[in-house]
Design a protein around this ligand. Structure first.
Ligand code: ADP
Ligand code: ZN
Length: 688
């Protein structure tokens, strides 16, 4: 990718590459696009070439042209006159393929799409080609078309809070950052939609970033129905050609609405008017490997570059955003009550010391499930742990089955009779006897599979749907499960945080949180914030329509002050207290962090590399900088590598960045850098 040129160079001639071919007649990226790319490279201290690569769809990255042609298959005249029924008797696969192609008509079907529908179609195609019943040609892929046949649905009449929020958002067409901090079901989406409509009516484009879009088909359907135009979608479930087509439509302006996950922040826009980040607190906006960027933060930078407004929405805003609002950088817009008359759910704690849980479900929670189902409601049981049980333990010697390559326990997956490591992916057959003493072993604790099984025993006539990354591996499985939940066909939903994100299940009245204590004693300074976010988000699925919602939280520590803060003051009070604490302890957002990680097969290599980095940093540091480490990562060994980290903390962003700017090239020069895998993570959200 050529970003510029010069008539002279300090490099030796043999180091300079020749351009072999100009693939596109005009640059695929504009100056404005490159400005964001250069900013990203600078801010995250990452090579600009890799940022460009992240910004481009795979096909362009591999050197294909912006307007490619694709292999397309169509039935010939001879094929169309073939008798399908007779063919089906002899060669059913051929008949199936031919029928599909005849139905598609003269334009045929792209080979990539055929592969999706009939994975082995090429085998059946051989004979059909030979007989001349089908033909192959190169054609431009189907282009993006935003017109929908459905008319836009009527907008809702906004309530007073929503109306005020919309007025504020309409205050400016140039740059401004707005945080819509609205309780779950307060009608945030409704407010964005009306602001989006304004911008689209002005003939400008709107870019919406959402957490992993596969998880939010409801959001896309809502945008489509309300605005009456087809969004150009950019997410991981697309073929390369589909992705390129959507990207091109955003770039040319053919798509006025562009909706995507994290990497869509780099999508070129012909005529940008507004950027929206939905569920701003979601971790999927931060890329955790390679180019470690935050799409949420880049959205704000990009909006500033483009001089357009950016709207961030959440029921549980991050402390970073709340602090920006306090400092007056962003406008804080609150929607304190649920829209359309739904009441907030009530929260109740169950003490699992006094009323112990069997297979994860305490007696009071079991009774609540029964009574909500009897009243025609639906229950969601939340546990952020997939598998059958998180631990396999020997009843006799207490030995626990661990991963050979990580410092972690193996999770029991009873259905496939396996033990699996959720950190490196290793798996092995389930032991029946202890590897140490030979006595029988048993699964300890609960995962979502065990809960599903236990609920099945307790409620044999009820339909139970489990949603976690195991149950949704098959393409389309997630959407099917969400449909069952939305239609009310599933009585009980069991799942991980995949179920907590943004969904609207009209009949859902009870949320049970099975093991809420995982975050109470977390070591990360973000533990309380995280835990409150996850509980409030999942609780927000309850009682979104006319029937009131109830949330039951099982905890072994009901007296922990966290609970009274959350129950009495909601997320807002937890956030205020956490902010006050961070100010005293000097953690973000009151300071800035950069985490340098190294990993190696030998512990010494990983450690020594960071000791060297520490010396380099200490040489240049001023008194705004605090250096913590190097220390072993909380999970010190993963996939056979030892992991060590060095944390840099500073009250002054620019001095931290000038340090990093000098550090990266210096470390790259070091011979010992070749023995380790290392990285710089600016504004890390996970400290491991
Ligand atoms: P949020 O994005 O804050 O979770 P939504 O925009 O999804 O909230 O709204 C929650 C529910 O309330 C939806 O069913 C929506 O149709 C409804 N709703 C939103 N605004 C209004 C309104 N002004 N009048 C009636 N119903 C509304
Ligand atoms: Zn492992």
């Amino acid at each position: 990718m050529v970003l510029g040129h010069s008539h002279e160079s300090a490099l030796k001639p043999e180091k300079i590459r020749r351009c072999s071919e100009a693939i596109d007649e005009t640059p695929v990226l504009s100056e404005a696009d490159l400005r964001l790319i250069r900013f990203t490279s600078d801010y995250y201290h990452h090579p600009v070439g890799e940022v460009v690569a992240a910004a481009l769809p795979a096909d362009l990255r591999q050197g294909k042209p912006l307007h490619p042609t694709v292999e397309t298959i169509a039935a010939t005249d001879a094929g169309e006159s073939e008798n399908i029924e007779t063919l089906a008797l002899r060669a059913p696969k051929q008949a199936e393929l031919l029928e599909l192609l005849i139905d598609a008509g003269g334009n045929g079907i792209e080979a990539a799409r055929l592969t999706e529908e009939l994975p082995n179609w090429r085998r059946a195609a051989v004979a059909l080609f030979r007989k001349g019943h089908i033909g192959r040609f190169e054609a431009p892929p189907e282009d993006f078309n935003e017109t929908l046949t459905i008319a836009a649905a009527d907008r809702l009449t906004l309530n007073k809070d929503q109306q005020q929020a919309l007025e504020k958002l309409r205050g400016r067409d140039g740059f401004g950052a707005y945080l819509i901090d609205g309780v779950t079901g307060s009608g945030k989406t409704e407010v964005y939609l009306q602001r989006m409509q304004d911008v689209i009516d002005q003939g400008k484009q709107v870019l919406v970033l959402a957490p992993e879009i596969g998880l939010t088909p409801q959001l896309v359907a809502r945008l489509r129905n309300r605005l009456g135009i087809e969004p150009a979608l950019l997410h991981s479930g697309l073929t390369d050609i589909e992705r390129l087509t959507a990207w091109r439509a955003a770039r040319s302006g053919a798509a006025r609405l562009v909706v995507g996950t994290r990497s869509a922040i780099f999508t070129p826009l012909k005529n940008p008017g507004l950027i929206i980040v939905d569920e701003e607190h979601d971790h999927s906006f931060k890329q955790q490997e390679g180019l470690r960027y935050s799409a949420r933060d880049l959205a704000i930078v990009r909006a500033k570059h483009l001089d357009v407004p950016v709207i961030l929405g959440s029921a549980t805003p991050t402390l970073e955003m709340l602090q920006h609002c306090r400092e007056g950088n962003y406008e804080h817009i609150r929607l304190p009550v649920r829209a359309g008359g739904a009441k907030p759910p009530t929260l109740r704690l169950i003490d699992t010391v006094r009323t112990p849980a069997t297979d994860g479900i305490s007696e009071p929670l079991g009774d609540a499930i029964a009574s909500h189902l009897k009243a025609g409601g639906q229950a969601l049981i939340f546990l952020n742990r997939r598998g059958f049980a998180p631990t396999l333990i020997c009843a006799s010697c207490g030995h626990i089955a661990g991963c050979e390559r990580c410092d972690s326990r193996l999770t029991v997956h009873a259905q496939n009779k396996q033990l699996r490591c959720h950190h490196c992916g290793a798996s092995r057959p389930l032991d029946t006897r202890c590897g140490e003493c030979g006595e029988p072993v048993k699964p300890l604790g609960e995962g979502t599979q065990r809960l599903e099984e236990a609920l099945g025993v307790r409620f044999p006539s009820k339909a139970i749907t489990r949603v976690d990354s195991d149950s949704t591996q098959r393409k389309g499985a997630m959407n099917e499960a969400l449909d069952r939940a939305t239609q009310g066909d599933a009585d009980i939903l069991v799942g991980t945080q995949m179920l907590s994100k943004g969904h609207h299940f009209p009949k859902l009245t009870l949320v049970g949180i099975v093991n809420a204590d995982q975050g109470l004693f977390g070591t990360d300074f973000r533990s309380a914030e995280r835990m409150a976010q996850s509980i409030v988000q999942v609780a927000g699925r309850a009682g979104r329509e006319s029937r009131p919602g109830e949330v039951i939280i099982q905890t072994a520590f009901p007296d922990n002050p966290f609970w009274s803060t959350l129950i009495k003051g909601g997320y807002g009070r937890v956030a205020n207290e956490a902010l006050a604490e961070r100010e005293v302890t000097r953690w973000p957002p009151f300071t800035r962090l950069a985490l340098i990680r190294s990993a190696a097969h030998r512990h010494r290599d990983a450690l020594e590399f960071l000791e060297l980095a520490k010396r380099m940093v200490a040489d240049k540091a001023d008194d705004t900088l605090r250096i913590l480490g190097p220390v072993d990562a909380p999970m010190a060994r993963k996939a056979g590598r030892y992991r060590v980290q060095l944390l840099l903390q500073s009250s002054d962003r620019s001095s931290l960045h000038s340090l990093l700017r000098a550090l990266r090239p210096a470390l790259e020069q070091e011979p010992s850098a070749r023995k380790v895998r290392w990285s710089i993570d600016v504004d890390p959200i996970e400290l491991f």
